[in-house]
Design a protein around this ligand. Structure first.
Ligand SMILES: Nc1nc2c(c(=O)[nH]1)N[C@H]1C(S)=C(S)[C@@H](COP(=O)(O)OP(=O)(O)OC[C@H]3O[C@@H](n4cnc5c(=O)[nH]c(N)nc54)[C@H](O)[C@@H]3O)O[C@H]1N2
Ligand SMILES: Nc1nc2c(c(=O)[nH]1)N[C@H]1C(S)=C(S)[C@@H](COP(=O)(O)OP(=O)(O)OC[C@H]3O[C@@H](n4cnc5c(=O)[nH]c(N)nc54)[C@H](O)[C@@H]3O)O[C@H]1N2
Ligand code: SF4
Ligand SMILES: [Mo]
Length: 728
């Protein structure tokens, strides 16, 4: 066991271990785990020495020991009993699965994978994973090596952030942004599609600090979130129309001469083209699309451009929509027009993940695909079209083989993937072999042939970055794995050995892989930009170390002002308003508003007039935690509810509490109506839960589509039209 004890006292039987919350959250908190003399974790707490964690955890993880020690943990390898049908099951494992040894499970799984690869080609095997753990090793290391060497299909991981991420990079070349600490210096904070209080709570103290110094908080969100409820001004924009609003703001800014010409001349590319484009976006036109009043658009533009400094927190909510990539691209341009990047407390943050330049090649070894039986890079399957991949892909042989094996880890696609009915039709195929590595019996394990027990972040060692701060962290192993739970790294090391993969990289230990990620020189110091002061030994000793970013100021090592001067990592070396890359790909090189087909402005609105927001829960992490009683209790008010504006409910003869059917061409679910002022007329909202915990064993993703975003080929959860009727 890793002894990274920070405050051990030899007289005390209690040890305190520095770990890192591995859930898919921008905050990546430093979590101090207290372990008693018997090796049991007895307390988790936020590390007070971590400048972003600041000694507190969110409500989800403050109760983490309920999860780690839950009686419902999967603790042993399970094999589906002969003849036990696949599909939703509320029962515990006994009726469906039998316990088997790890040896048996691993031997049988490798046997089947080998057979499937021989018969249909290795690309008929599809790995499916996302960010169940953000630990670098568990997220992508031995698993990638294994599937690369096998020649399995590659997975395009688009379920979350690809539209916004690629859009940001088109403008700025790298995902850098305003440091959390700098938000405290802002006089205006604009939270755009960002539920800070629900999804990113460790930014909130800096927002509060700014507000104590007189800053205003403006929230742009079609739903009145907790964050919006706490704001000075909530702008309830119609879903999917953010590009129009951003272009309308630019129109006002440029019309009124509120831009920063010297910054634009020095730092940007394509201003004249953008200037010509935004003339079309008058506040009057933008008002029609967005559902706002022209005066509100004028006021927003004027406040944003004239309040100094103004910090923009742009999160991924905006980009889960058909025009979402362009929307992020347009919004991201705002601080470049006003020169806001120059000012501490200005700029924008979408994600800080580009600050971490790990040696991912060494971790993931894509070169191993050339040593696979394919001898070439394997085909790429988009994870946001899993339903299609399991039911249609391969019907045309030019697409390669059908998928015959699905290997799921770090994800719960039975709940989180769009077009759930197609996904489940695929998972029910009798000729599909499915393995799931999990901590709990989820909506996905219900379709598994084998379920393998996974560790939580308390039970294995990790190294981790973040997308909402810039600290490299070490997560020590706090406790022994429960039961026979094993880490992702262990699992794929075992599978590789049984497959007979002899490359030395398949024998690397977690310690060696942490070194590879850091890529140390002969003195043990990382060669990665921003990490040259970090050695693994000192990281393990200290728990977390701040990156040293380009513009760090001596008074505040964590703060940075990216894009305030100098070269930008785009093809032109400037911040790009105009994209030659997009032009070369025959796409519009400038941002433009295109109405989503699934919106009130689209053609499908005749049949399905209501815009549906299938939202995340504040007290779950996507589908994670949804099965735990303590977490369910705090989410009880909206569980199985459809929030509706009074006018939309009245028009359908629906009263609060009525059972309603919510449907479109893809599916139909039953919820209870909740008359709510949190949505405007024409918008309804539900939230993601475990499907199997509801009466019809489905969740909101039965209604979402596999249509992809304009940039990044990502999922479009928030472009979903439905109709609603009262039942009975
Ligand atoms: N409590 C909690 N925290 C989480 C998660 C969770 O499930 N629960 N999930 C984690 C994950 S995976 C991620 S990616 C991050 C994401 O963090 P966010 O990007 O904040 O995630 P979302 O909740 O998807 O979207 C934010 C807001 O965008 C709004 N929105 C939807 N459509 C539109 C639109 O068209 N325009 C605008 N302006 N806003 C829109 C939604 O109503 C929502 O309130 O949060 C992480 N943190
Ligand atoms: N309707 C709707 N759908 C959405 C979204 C939405 O807002 N609305 N959000 C989308 C977004 S942004 C995202 S990121 C995706 C997230 O979708 P997923 O990546 O599937 O996220 P989770 O639901 O948190 O499921 C992660 C699973 O990984 C498991 N896990 C955790 N740690 C480990 C580990 O170390 N090893 C293994 N093997 N397993 C582990 C957990 O037990 C959990 O069941 O959902 C997307 N789906
Ligand atoms: S889920 Fe986010 S806020 Fe909560 S402990 Fe983990 S990193 Fe921190
Ligand atoms: Mo996400």
């Amino acid at each position: 066991m890793q002894a990274s004890t920070k405050t051990t006292q030899s007289s005390s039987p209690l040890r305190v271990v520095h770990t890192v919350c591995s859930h898919d959250c921008p905050d990546s908190c430093a979590v101090l785990v207290t372990v008693d003399g018997t090796g049991r974790a007895v307390k988790v707490a936020g590390d007070p020495n971590h400048p972003v964690t600041q000694g507190f955890l969110c409500g989800k993880v403050a109760k983490y020991l309920d999860r780690v020690y839950s009686p419902e943990r999967v603790l042993y390898p399970l094999k589906r009993k002969f003849g036990a049908p696949k599909g939703p099951s509320k029962e515990r494992s006994n009726s469906t699965f039998e316990r088997v040894s790890w040896d048996q499970a691993l031997d049988e799984i490798t046997g089947r994978l080998r057979q499937i690869a021989d018969e249909h080609g290795p690309e008929s095997i599809l790995p499916y994973s996302y960010a169940g753990t953000m630990g670098l090793l568990g997220y992508g290391s031995m698993d990638r090596r294994f599937f690369h060497r096998l020649g399995a299909s590659q997975l395009d991981r688009t379920i979350c952030a690809e539209a916004g991420g690629q859009a940001w990079n088109l403008v700025y070349g790298r995902k850098l942004g305003t440091a959390n600490q700098d938000f405290a210096a802002a006089k205006l904070i604009l939270a755009w599609g960002a539920n800070i209080h629900g999804n990113n709570i460790h930014l909130w103290p800096f927002v509060e600090q700014a507000r104590r110094n007189g800053a205003r908080l403006i929230v742009i969100d079609p739903y009145r979130t907790r964050t919006a409820g706490l704001a000075d001004w909530h702008i309830a924009i119609h879903p999917g129309t953010d590009a129009a609003l951003a272009l309308g703001m630019m129109h006002v800014i440029l019309r009124d001469g509120l831009e920063d010409r010297s910054y634009i001349d020095q730092m940007t590319h394509g201003f004249d083209e953008l200037n010509a484009r935004v003339r079309e976006y008058t506040p009057e036109r933008v008002a029609v699309w967005t559902g706002l009043r022209p005066a509100e658009i004028e006021q927003l533009a004027c406040e944003y451009a004239t309040t100094r400094p103004a910090a923009l927190r742009l999160n991924y909510g905006v980009q889960r929509s058909e025009n979402g990539g362009t929307a992020v691209r347009a919004i991201a341009m705002l601080p470049a027009l006003t020169g806001s990047w120059r000012e501490r407390g200005g700029g924008a943050q979408l994600s800080l993940s580009g600050s971490f330049q790990w040696n991912k090649q060494a971790l993931e070894r894509p070169d191993l695909m050339l040593d696979s039986p394919l001898g070439r890079p394997a085909r790429v399957v988009n994870m946001s079209r899993l339903g299609h991949a399991l039911t249609e892909l391969g019907a045309d042989p030019r697409e390669g083989p059908r998928v015959h094996a699905l290997f799921v880890y770090n994800s719960n696609p039975g709940a989180v993937a769009p077009n759930q009915n197609a996904v489940r039709r695929g998972l029910l195929r009798s000729d599909l072999f499915t393995v799931v590595h999990e901590q709990f019996l989820t909506d996905t394990t219900d379709y598994a042939d084998y379920v393998l027990p996974a560790t939580t972040f308390l039970e294995h060692e990790e190294i981790q970055g973040a997308y909402g701060h810039t600290f490299v962290q070490h997560s020590a192993q706090a406790i022994e794995p429960l039961g026979e739970a094993r880490s992702n790294v262990w699992l794929f090391t075992q599978l590789a050995a049984r497959m007979g993969f002899t490359e030395p990289c398949f024998r690397d230990t977690p310690q060696q892989m942490m070194e590879q990620a850091l890529d140390p020189d002969e003195n043990g110091l990382s060669r990665n930009p921003g990490m040259r002061h970090i050695a693994l030994a000192s990281l393990i000793d200290r728990g977390h170390i701040a990156l040293q970013l380009r513009d760090a100021r001596p008074d505040d090592m964590e703060a940075s002002l990216p894009f305030s001067f100098g070269a930008v990592e785009t093809p032109s070396g400037k911040i790009e308003f105009y994209s030659d890359q997009l032009a070369a790909a025959s796409q519009d090189p400038l941002p433009a508003f295109v109405a989503p087909t699934e919106s009130r402005l689209g053609t499908a609105a005749e049949r399905y007039p209501l815009e549906f927001l299938p939202r995340k829960a504040d007290h779950y992490m996507n589908s994670t935690f949804a099965n735990l009683d303590g977490h369910r209790r705090v989410e009880a008010d909206t569980a199985q509810r459809l929030e509706m504006h009074p006018a939309d409910a009245a028009a359908r003869g629906i009263a609060d509490g009525d059972p309603v059917r919510v449907w479109n061409d893809r599916g139909s679910i039953t919820l209870a109506a909740m008359i709510s002022s949190r949505v405007v007329s024409g918008v309804v909202a539900g939230r993601m839960d475990w499907g199997k915990l509801s009466a019809d064993a489905q969740n909101v993703n039965a209604l979402t589509s596999e249509r992809l975003t304009d940039i990044g080929a990502a999922a479009t959860f928030y472009s979903t039209l439905v109709e609603v009727e009262r039942l009975g």
